[in-house]
Write a protein that binds this ligand. Structure first.
Ligand code: ADP
Ligand code: MG
Ligand code: MG
Length: 212
């Protein structure tokens, strides 16, 4: 499979649609342990990214520029903490595929892993700190491990999706060490981290996109 600019335009549209469908749920999760805006932030950011990407001339735009346009739109739209985290992530994904006119499966997987790594580096959160890293890191690790042992891209991303879902569920038992909910101590136990929940949605969208 090769992934071209028009495919990435489809990917960002798919992510925006899936996040929009879960907007209220994500706000409810954030309402329990944060300020309640996570669904609105992700919905606005993903919609802005999808729009910016859709406006690009596919014949003139390389994949790296698609990710950069998404990053810029996300950053300009989202004032919440998720803004700079995803903006950095998309920039890193773009940098990982610099100079490519189309993406091979290997390129796409490297972009996916770079995205996850970007979130971790920007937010300086470690796994276990009840953030979106608890979904992104196991997802990237699972995809990279599967890919390295010869698993096709689509199944490697299915593994990522499963790992993200499990990582997201596991945030229930954690106290938060980063972000707004870190001020609430033990009170956050029993609640899923909203950023991990939206990450699991985005990762599922990516896995679904590759299957199509
Ligand atoms: P805000 O807290 O500014 O309203 P959002 O509601 O958009 O931002 O996002 C909250 C989510 O951001 C949290 O659930 C958590 O997953 C994530 N988050 C916060 N700080 C960090 C960090 N330093 N690293 C990674 N993720 C973080
Ligand atoms: Mg919030
Ligand atoms: Mg906020």
């Amino acid at each position: 499979m090769t992934i071209a600019t028009e495919d990435l335009q489809r990917l960002f549209a798919l992510i925006a649609r899936d996040i929009a469908a879960r907007r209220d749920h994500l706000c409810e999760l954030d309402g329990a342990i944060g300020d309640g805006d996570h669904g609105l932030a992700m919905d606005a950011g993903c919609e802005a990214a999808a729009k910016a990407v859709a406006a690009l001339d596919r014949a003139q735009t390389a994949p790296t520029a698609v990710f950069n346009a998404a990053a810029k739109a996300f950053l300009n739209t989202v004032g919440a903490s998720s803004g700079p985290l995803y903006a950095t992530a998309f920039m890193r994904a773009g940098a990982a595929v610099k100079d490519k006119s189309e993406l091979s499966d290997d390129d796409f997987l490297r972009a996916f892993a770079a995205l996850a790594q970007g979130i971790q580096e920007r937010g300086k959160a470690e796994p276990g700190e009840k953030t979106m890293v608890d979904a992104w890191k196991p997802a990237a690790d699972a995809a990279l491990a599967a890919w390295a042992s010869g698993t096709p891209l689509s199944q490697s991303l299915d593994m990522a999706e499963q790992a993200a879902r499990q990582g997201c569920e596991a945030t229930k038992d954690m106290t938060a060490a980063k972000g707004r909910s870190s001020r609430l101590g033990e009170r956050v136990i029993g609640h899923i981290d909203p950023g991990a929940a939206s990450a699991a949605i985005v990762i599922a969208s990516i896995a679904k996109f590759v299957e199509q």
